[in-house]
Design a protein around this ligand. Structure first.
Ligand code: GAR
Length: 199
């Protein structure tokens, strides 16, 4: 069984979809939800779904390795960032090489980087009169939105689409594709590990 931890800062609609998708799954389980905001709705949603939660502070996240201890105690194999707005510190990247995935609500490398999250992204897309937007799922490294892209899906935009309407189109894609992409990625990784073990 592969265990995942979801990191999220806000509403947690993606976290909810992921939890629902992996409920009773054969070999993947959401074991923990981590948030940097103790009032984040995602924490309540997780508890209601029987998933353990952890609240982190800047101090604990950036100046100690206590998060790592908790992740180890749950035997977490992979971290999924679903609307998590803090930069992942180097010690976590090192401990989860290729095993931290992020979803970004635009077609990277456009509209990524520090400050580009949520509605800011859609406002920038709208301001640039883009004819399409979409989602990017990528591996996390030590910079915002820079790691290897493993999946993208686009959606056409109309000139009349507001930033809010763009956000809705993009969120639909996130809800549809994020969990299956996580599943496929972890299962492929599983096979690679198996191969390594055989060699
Ligand atoms: C999602 O649209 C996600 O792509 C975005 O935050 C939203 C969280 O929504 N993430 C970023 O912008 C990261 N740069 P949710 O809390 O309803 O899942």
């Amino acid at each position: 069984m592969k265990k995942i931890a979801i990191f999220a800062s806000g509403t947690g609609s993606n976290a909810r979809k992921i939890i629902e998708y992996f409920t009773n799954h054969q070999n993947i389980k959401v074991a923990l939800v981590v948030s940097n905001r103790k009032t984040a709705p995602v924490l309540r949603m997780a508890s209601e779904n029987g998933v353990d939660t952890l609240v982190i502070t800047r101090q604990s996240f950036y100046h100690s390795k206590s998060v790592l201890d908790v992740l180890d105690s749950y035997r977490i194999d992979a971290i999924i960032l679903a609307g998590f707005l803090w930069l992942i510190p180097p010690y976590l990247v090192k401990n989860f090489p290729g095993r931290i995935l992020n979803i970004h609500p635009a077609l990277l490398p456009k509209y990524g980087g520090k400050g580009m999250y949520g509605s800011h992204v859609h406002q920038a897309v709208k301001a640039a009169n883009e004819q399409e937007s979409g989602i990017t799922i990528h591996i996390v490294d030590e910079e915002y939105d820079k790691g290897r892209i493993i999946f993208q899906k686009s959606c056409p935009l109309e000139p009349s689409d507001s930033a809010e309407a763009i956000g809705k189109k993009v969120l639909q894609l996130e809800h549809r594709y994020f969990a299956p992409v996580i599943e496929e990625y972890l299962n492929i990784e599983n096979q690679n590990n198996l191969k390594d073990e055989v060699i």
